[in-house]
Ligand binder design. Structure first.
Ligand SMILES: NC(=O)c1ccc[n+]([C@@H]2O[C@H](COP(=O)([O-])OP(=O)(O)OC[C@H]3O[C@@H](n4cnc5c(N)ncnc54)[C@H](O)[C@@H]3O)[C@@H](O)[C@H]2O)c1
Length: 272
């Protein structure tokens, strides 16, 4: 890799939310960052804001040719690829099973799960000859426990978690570490798909519900996921392979201790 940069990172879905936070965090640490997304205006604006060693490329994660071009553009610009963050996703189809069409199911899987296969494949293509690299997949707490999100999203994220460990076993032979992060509720536009005033009021409703639902009654910040991604990309995590790291404010640890079943709560006044 030319120059003294810390490394080269490519992030899908990098124009918004967690992906944008990853771009900020890695740039601050001296990485050269390729932001990839389908929101071209936002992605270009962020790349401009972040300055010199940041670039933007249009990449629809459903398209293999887009991955091929984005990875090749990154390597030709900066001489290699040290880290891929497979981050882009959508919530996808919501609703009962029998009302879900095949097209809706396939669309959700193409964006959420097939994308991770394509990204990992093309990153590995350029990382394998160099015998080094880190791939970080942004999965979800919803991929580890049912009941927190729609069927297609939850099962596609579960597939991302298992893909991570399965592929990690192969790629570690070439010094490439593959891990994933399972975020809990993070404050980003994914919850509504809109970025205007409606977003704010919807987020307030979710924030209220969290007071009952989770041990740490607040949204996680995109930066808190970016910090975990940065650690998984760095040598600080050099012995971590095929791991699913929950960053979720305790959501997966269990329900709030004050919500223990009534027959247990009656034993102590603090729990009543
Ligand atoms: N926010 C949360 O609570 C939460 C929780 C768990 C997991 N996640 C995961 O974190 C990741 C980032 O989500 P976020 O919360 O930052 O959402 P976000 O909506 O802010 O960002 C998602 C980005 O992906 C991009 N994208 C969507 N479809 C794409 C496509 N076909 N090709 C390329 N880019 C595409 C969007 O344009 C957007 O910039 C996702 O994988 C999501 O499932 C989020």
């Amino acid at each position: 890799m030319p120059g003294n940069a810390a490394g080269v990172m490519l992030v899908t879905g990098g124009a918004s939310g967690i992906g944008a936070a990853c771009a900020h965090t890695f740039v601050r640490a001296g990485y050269r960052v390729m932001i990839a997304d389908i929101q071209d205006d936002k992605g270009l604006q962020l790349a401009t804001e972040l300055g010199g060693d940041t670039s933007y490329v249009h990449l629809d994660v459903r398209e293999e040719k887009d991955f091929q071009l984005a990875v090749d553009a990154t390597v030709s610009r900066w001489g290699g690829l040290d880290c891929l963050i497979n981050n882009a996703a959508i919530v996808g189809v919501i609703g009962p099973l029998v009302e879900t069409s095949l097209a809706e199911w396939d669309h959700a899987y193409a964006v959420i799960q097939r994308s991770v296969f394509l990204g990992t494949k093309h990153a590995a293509r350029v990382m394998q000859p160099r015998k080094t690299g880190a791939i970080v997949n942004i999965a979800s707490a919803a991929g580890l426990i049912a009941g927190w999100s729609p069927h297609a999203y939850a099962t596609a994220k579960a597939a991302v978690v298992h893909f991570t460990s399965s592929i990690a076993l192969e790629l570690i032979e070439d010094g490439i570490r593959v891990n994933c992060i399972c975020p809990g509720n993070i404050e980003t536009p994914i919850h509504t798909g809109v970025t205007d005033e409606r977003w704010k009021s919807r987020m307030e409703k979710i924030r209220e519900a969290q007071k009952d639902d989770q041990p740490m009654p607040r949204f996680g910040l995109p930066e808190e996921i970016a910090d975990a991604a940065f650690w998984l990309a760095s040598d600080q995590s050099s012995y971590v392979v095929g791991h699913a790291l929950a960053v979720d404010g305790g959501m997966l640890a269990g329900r709030h201790w004050r919500k223990q079943p009534a027959h247990l709560r009656e034993y102590h006044p603090a729990l009543k």
